[in-house]
Design a protein around this ligand. Structure first.
Ligand SMILES: [Zn+2]
Length: 249
């Protein structure tokens, strides 16, 4: 049996100024192995290191990293885990050699990074990485996307990456964004539904439970927005109605 812990939950927050790209980072433990599924981007670097430290895990002691795909928001922190073997879809590496213009998110240069590491390109529909840990090829959002199924004592946990970035995507059967093939993306979500997970960690949303009578989000970490103001004071906002500006002057 394996066990999973969400180190960093994903978030669907988007802004008119740009993409925040907060993707989920999940720790999976099986047979004494430490496996990270996705590693996040530089904006979450300190949070990731703090989360590993909170679990008493030295980054050099992470044995495996599964990259669901090579979009920057999921994969940039790879250098923090220098000893880990890397598992990534073979078609992701091919795309990273020459990403098409309609996919601005695949990391330019990722193929060279991966060649310099112990990298296992995955092309089989299902691959057993460790006891109770399966990699499932789920193309569509990107050409070689991988999801991960973790067989826990309490049920099947699906770490879905951007095959299912949000609970909305799970409910309507297709990811929110597609950078490769929409029909493949829908077929991948159907395949994941058929695995009947009891819990889903989406790429960009709080984890949710799947029950016969519907889905239910787990409690999400409260998001606090901090704006640096011209008088060197922070403008803090926790959501809801924006308070009158005078409150902060
Ligand atoms: Zn993506």
């Amino acid at each position: 049996m394996a066990h999973a812990t969400v180190l960093l939950a994903g978030s669907p927050i988007r802004t008119n100024l740009g993409i925040l790209g907060f993707s989920a980072v999940t720790l999976v433990e099986s047979e004494g192995l430490r496996i990270l599924v996705d590693v996040g981007h530089y904006g979450r670097r300190e949070r990731l290191l703090a989360a590993l430290a909170a679990h008493r895990i030295d980054p050099v002691a992470v044995d495996h990293v599964v990259l669901t795909h090579l979009h920057w928001d999921h994969a940039l922190n790879l250098d923090l885990l220098p000893e880990a073997e890397i598992h990534v879809g073979a078609a992701e590496i091919d795309r990273a050699e020459a990403p098409p213009a309609n996919d601005p998110h695949t990391i330019r240069g990722a193929a060279a990074w991966l060649r310099a590491r112990r990298t296992h390109p995955i092309s089989a529909p299902t691959t057993v990485l460790a006891e109770g840990v399966e990699l499932v090829l789920t193309p569509g959002h990107s050409p070689g996307h991988l999801a991960v199924v973790v067989h826990e004592p309490a049920g099947r946990l699906l770490v879905a990456g951007d095959a299912v970035p949000t609970r909305r995507a799970w409910l309507r059967g297709r990811p929110d964004h597609v950078y490769d093939d929409a029909s493949l993306a829908e077929a991948s979500v159907a395949r994941l539904h058929a695995l009947e997970p009891t819990r889903v960690v989406p790429g960009h949303d709080a984890p949710f439970r799947v029950r016969p009578d519907g889905t239910e989000h787990e409690p999400a970490e409260e998001v606090e927005f901090v704006f640096r103001e011209d008088r060197e004071r922070d403008f803090r906002w926790r959501g809801g109605e924006v308070p009158a500006r005078e409150t902060y002057d």
